[in-house]
Design a protein around this ligand. Structure first.
Ligand code: MTE
Ligand code: MO
Length: 364
């Protein structure tokens, strides 16, 4: 693959791979911001990151009365309502390094910072599909493709979501052209990236150039033969090869929480205080309602204070201040959602190391 036109990346990230460029920030730095600044947003790529000329760029939409319609960036930015939403973007492989300790998994050994929370601006996918007059007869899925840049495992990067999510007025699926009120950077998929609030990062196609509707899901590698939770007994790539089609592709990630930082301080009277910070995310069917922490491995829990949550799709930031703690110990955290689901202490192993969500843990 040709990486000669690769753009420069943020130097605030820990590099997990150079070609393709894969990197994440330090988790402790990440949770200091409600809205993640661009230089702390992780980069997850299956191919080179290139700069696309947005003057000549056109987004193709198939299935219109003409067969295919194409939109320029100007069309997208002026003909459709400009919609802004705050949404967390999280890679399905977040926390993979921890799952790898149970038994080796396939994939980049990500720590727990392959997540960000930013403000996206763009046109609603719904508005664009309806305006283009796409025939929805027999359709159940919307397919997204990026042919502009190459990728590792297929001839193009592709994904799909259910038509229902795409057309849902509250689904907030966007064709985004700005992040944090700035035009998208090449790293974020400029000029257009799909934003699917509540779904794992793999569906948020960057450098999006083609949209179509279909009765079936995308057959692209990243939809059909990756990003799936295989049962624990599937232990090798070879065993997995004939099984991918039997398991559903991932949509929303499960309830999760992570301890991002611990700071020990001494009060004037010599008492040790521990400040603990972290983030939590929920499955899209609910919101994080509260987060609890424990210094005795879950025998007793104390409530953390939620310091940030915004709209329907943001992450949740939390903080807990514990007094009179030992000099060293381990803090664990768990999230509870509005549907009453409590994050559990363990999570089953799976070959691709996705959706890892046991209690968060950090030693101090
Ligand atoms: N075209 C394209 N889109 C893509 C990818 C990719 O490799 N190519 N990676 C996906 C994955 S797995 C994730 S987690 C997110 C990462 O987005 P980011 O690099 O902006 O953080 O983009 C998704 N969209
Ligand atoms: Mo991902």
């Amino acid at each position: 693959m040709d990486y000669s036109r690769e753009v420069e990346h943020s130097n605030h990230l820990i590099i997990r791979g150079r070609e393709p460029f894969n990197a994440e920030p330090k988790t402790a730095a990440l949770v200091e911001f409600n809205i993640t600044p661009d230089e702390l947003v992780y980069c997850r790529n299956h191919g080179p990151v290139e700069e696309i000329d947005d003057e000549t760029f056109r987004l193709k939409i198939y299935g219109t009365p003409e067969g295919c319609t194409s939109l320029s960036m100007d069309d997208l930015q002026t003909k459709f309502e400009r919609v802004q939403i705050v949404a967390a973007l999280q890679c399905a492989g977040n926390r993979r390094k921890e799952m790898n300790k149970i038994k080796p998994v396939n994939g980049i050994l990500w720590d727990d910072a392959v997540i960000c929370n930013v403000r996206w601006t763009g046109a609603r996918l719904r508005d664009v599909l309806l305006d283009a007059g796409v025939s929805l007869e027999g359709a159940a899925h919307v397919l997204f493709e990026s042919h502009i840049t190459p990728c590792q495992d297929d001839t193009y990067y592709g994904a799909s979501i259910e038509l229902k999510k795409a057309l849902d007025e509250e689904g907030d699926v966007l064709l985004a052209y700005e992040m944090n009120d700035e035009p998208l950077s090449p790293d974020r998929g400029a000029p257009i990236r799909l934003v699917v609030p509540g779904y794992c990062g793999a569906r948020w196609v960057k450098w999006l150039d083609t949209i179509r509707v279909s009765a079936d899901e995308s057959l692209n590698f990243y939809q059909a033969r990756d990003y799936k939770i295989l049962p624990p007994e599937v232990e090798t790539k070879q065993a997995a090869s004939s099984l991918w089609s039997k398991y559903p592709s991932m949509t929303s990630l499960p309830l999760n929480s992570v301890v991002a930082s611990t700071t020990l301080t001494l009060t004037p009277s010599g008492e040790r205080m521990l400040t603990v910070k972290g983030y939590a995310t929920s499955h899209m069917s609910a919101r994080v309602e509260n987060v609890e922490v424990s210094t005795d491995n879950g025998s007793t829990w104390l409530p953390a204070r939620i310091t940030y949550q915004e709209g329907q799709w943001s992450w949740t930031l939390w903080e807990a201040i514990l007094s009179n703690v030992e000099e060293h110990g381990e803090i664990v955290c768990r999230a509870v959602d509005t549907a009453g689901v409590i994050q559990g202490p363990e999570c089953k192993w799976n070959l691709r190391g996705v959706a890892f969500n046991p209690w968060g843990r950090r030693k101090w």
